[in-house]
Ligand binder design. Structure first.
Ligand SMILES: Cc1cc2nc3c(=O)[nH]c(=O)nc-3n(C[C@H](O)[C@H](O)[C@H](O)COP(=O)(O)OP(=O)(O)OC[C@H]3O[C@@H](n4cnc5c(N)ncnc54)[C@H](O)[C@@H]3O)c2cc1C
Length: 436
């Protein structure tokens, strides 16, 4: 029970009435047919990566999806079907065994299939291939009234589009079928450093526009002089095996015209599996130091690219963000509007976007510090919105129904319609706070 009351955020907790282990999709349906008419809150729990109230079901039921973890790969059809409680590392294992992989994967593979699809899911290849959710062929869901339904772009499309990046508002996902593509066996990874945000953005824009790299991400890192350095991490498939002697593929066509600092560039060859599991080592380290179990008042926005060179340095110079110099990560990665197709993923106007994420760790036993950082998130949210920025849902940020209404904008009426139809008792995933 204590387990269900908390999550990776370690900021807010609440006691559900009970935690139910999902043994089958039918059992989830039975629970909802009971809870729905009684108005009892129900939320799914997958990998437990929520940062705030998103996964909580105060006075209701948390459904532990971990038991729905079957993964079946169909290489001939290039698809994979996974239970919603399977983790992305289970998906990767099954797909790579057949030489295949989902076109987009979250960076960290410890999230659940259902949880990541409910927010949309971004990863290193999102500049080219959009969201994890953009590659879903079909989902099986349980609605707020306990109905078990299958939907796809052609079958009940209103429900399909209300579920993907739909924050668990209209149905709980119990199974998803994903498209796969052939996976490279090896990749070459480039880490390129910049002192100026303008040069960094110019090069990120180049890489987001063409397809020379399969994966492009970025970070802002503190330097010893008290300033910040910008880093592009770009990855391209290559045919060779990793070795101490780099295979003779020419780096020039990939990075020759870029304006990074040549003296500090880092180039490494990895198997694709190693690359996909790149955050496992960080997780082990953070678990060992205890940081994994501390409060995480994280905050992520999508920004119009032109706002980045002034907004990002201004934010990072603020007192509230100085903890990031010591621990945590600042992500700054390119996305392209045309690749993002899931309707409920809201995004800024324009073609070139940047995902800006402040992944902070607060000290243990210091609720005042956590509160200050959550307040700082709220202030940032307001400022970024004024520049055309859009929240990536899931942050450590209290949101009102009015905030959500303006967040979804033109997509709001369809979401309300789907909610009325599929969760008329409004019991599902209340922790996001969409409804009064
Ligand atoms: C260390 C870390 C790294 C991350 N990296 C990435 C990343 O690279 N890319 C990315 O896109 N996101 C990333 N995230 C965000 C994460 O993917 C989302 O928070 C996601 O919703 C987590 O899902 P979960 O099941 O693991 O978490 P949970 O806390 O179990 O669930 C999160 C939310 O999803 C709902 N949910 C869970 N299962 C279902 C279901 N079956 N049906 C409907 N709703 C459901 C829950 O009720 C809750 O509201 C990261 C988070 C962490 C903590």
């Amino acid at each position: 029970m204590k387990w269900a009351a908390t999550n990776f955020g370690h900021i807010v907790g609440s006691r559900p009435l009970d935690v139910i282990t999902a043994r089958s999709a039918v059992a989830v349906g039975e629970l909802l047919s009971f809870a729905g008419p009684r108005g009892l809150a129900v939320s799914a729990r997958g990998g437990g990566q929520a940062l705030f109230r998103q996964g909580q079901a105060h006075g209701g039921y948390v459904v532990d999806m971990a038991g729905l973890d079957d993964v079946r790969c169909e290489p001939a059809e290039r698809t994979l079907t996974a239970g919603a409680g399977a983790l992305w590392r289970d998906v990767v294992r099954a797909a790579l065994a057949e030489g295949l992989a989902p076109p987009v994967l979250p960076d960290h593979l410890g999230g659940s299939v259902g949880g990541v699809l409910s927010t949309g899911g971004y990863g290193g290849s999102s500049h080219r291939y959009g969201l994890v959710a953009d590659w879903v062929r079909e989902v099986e869901v349980v609605t707020g009234t306990g109905e078990l339904l299958v939907c796809s772009p052609d079958r009940r499309p209103d429900l399909f589009h209300a579920v993907l990046a739909g924050l668990g508002q209209c149905a709980l996902i119990v199974r998803a079928t994903l498209a796969l593509l052939p996976a490279p066996t090896h990749v070459r990874r480039y880490r390129l450093y910049y002192d100026s945000p303008n040069t960094f953005v110019t090069d990120q824009r180049r890489l987001a526009r063409d397809s020379r790299f399969s994966h492009v991400a970025g970070q802002v890192r503190p330097d010893l002089a008290g300033s910040w350095r910008y880093m592009i991490e770009a990855v391209a498939p290559h045919p060779g095996r990793p070795s101490t002697e780099r295979p003779r593929i020419d780096d020039e066509p990939l990075i020759g015209e870029l304006d990074h600092d040549r003296d500090t560039e880092e180039i490494a060859d990895l198997s694709y599996r190693e690359y996909l599991h790149r955050l496992d080592r960080d997780e082990r380290l953070l678990r060992a130091t205890g940081e994994w179990d501390r409060p995480h008042p994280w905050f992520t926005m999508l920004l119009p690219e032109e706002a980045v060179p002034s907004f990002v340095p201004a934010v990072l110079s603020e007192d509230a963000q100085q903890g990031l110099r010591v621990c945590g990560t600042v992500q700054l990665r390119p996305l392209t509007g045309r690749a993002l197709r899931t309707p409920l993923l809201r995004r800024p106007e324009g073609e070139l976007l940047c995902l800006f994420s402040l992944m902070r760790t607060a000290p243990p036993g210091a609720p005042d510090v956590v509160k200050r950082l959550v307040d700082a998130n709220r202030a940032l949210y307001e400022r970024a919105r004024a520049l055309g920025g859009v929240l990536l849902p899931g942050a450590a940020l209290p949101m009102t129904p009015q905030d959500w209404r303006s967040h979804f904008g033109p997509a709001w009426p369809d979401l309300v319609h789907a909610k009325d139809r599929y969760d008329p008792y409004r019991v599902l995933t209340r922790g996001y706070g969409l409804w009064a």
